[in-house]
Write a protein that binds this ligand. Structure first.
Ligand SMILES: [Zn+2]
Length: 240
């Protein structure tokens, strides 16, 4: 639904900040609905009243900006008591990003825990260890098929915990910055070398990555690692 990461890309909507959408059989998940997500879903004619769950990796705006309107949409304005919301505890507690009045709309709000497997209508996913980020953040693995590395600094075990045939890597930084807890292109390379997925997609670009051309960065990574690395783009569909 969108490939923008961090403040400048999101504020200017250089790319969409609408997160990911997963469909398997009758199961539908919206992941990280950032600002504009509801617009992106409407543009692609996804009926949000059929969503089974909304999953928020962490409480930052580029991941949760539209979580409230998405909960309302999933629950048909709160009239249908249905669907699940998964989010870290700090999205609900102090300075919450999930508004209190709509917390009774979903069937359940699940507080994510590290390295735990959840099942939604037959589709299972497992959280990573706690990411290294400013707020409580998790990555996700959908069996051996899909690994989704959300915002974090590099840490030991990150490749193993997200290893899957297809891996999505939030590559915000062009160059590593030790004071910023985000993955840079070199981190992405290290993860790809360790995990060796069948295919890796870079996404969630910061402005410097965007200006450097994600397609060229991905091509260079493919060359260096021997793994098929590609740059995600808004609206891209992947069959896993
Ligand atoms: Zn982010």
């Amino acid at each position: 639904m969108g490939t923008a990461g961090a403040r400048f890309m999101v504020a200017k909507q250089v790319a969409a900040s609408a997160g990911l959408y997963i469909e398997e059989g009758d199961t539908r998940l919206a992941l990280d609905p950032g600002p504009g997500a509801v617009v992106a879903y409407a543009a692609r004619r996804v009926d949000l009243t059929t969503l089974d769950a909304i999953v928020v990796s962490h409480r930052h705006l580029d991941h949760a900006g539209d979580v409230n309107v998405m909960v309302e949409a999933m629950t048909d304005g709160g009239f249908a008591h249905r669907g699940l919301l998964f989010c870290p505890s700090d999205a609900l507690d102090e300075d919450p990003v999930v508004l209190k009045y709509l917390r009774r709309f979903p069937r359940e709000i699940v507080r994510l825990a590290p390295q735990t497997t959840y099942s939604v209508n037959g589709l299972s996913f497992t959280t990573s260890a706690l990411h290294v980020h400013q707020v409580e953040t998790y990555g996700f693995r959908f069996g051996d098929r899909l690994g989704w590395i959300t915002d974090t600094a590099y840490y030991d075990g990150i490749a193993e915990q997200h290893r899957a045939d297809v891996m999505l890597i939030h590559t915000i930084l062009l160059h590593c910055m030790p004071h910023l807890p985000h993955l840079c292109v070199d981190d992405a390379e290290r993860i790809i070398r360790e995990a060796r997925p069948k295919i890796a997609f870079l996404t969630h670009y910061g402005m410097a990555v965007w200006r450097a051309n994600p397609d060229e960065i991905a091509a260079a990574l493919s060359q260096r690692t021997g793994v098929d690395v590609r740059a995600a783009r808004d609206g891209m569909t992947i069959e896993v």
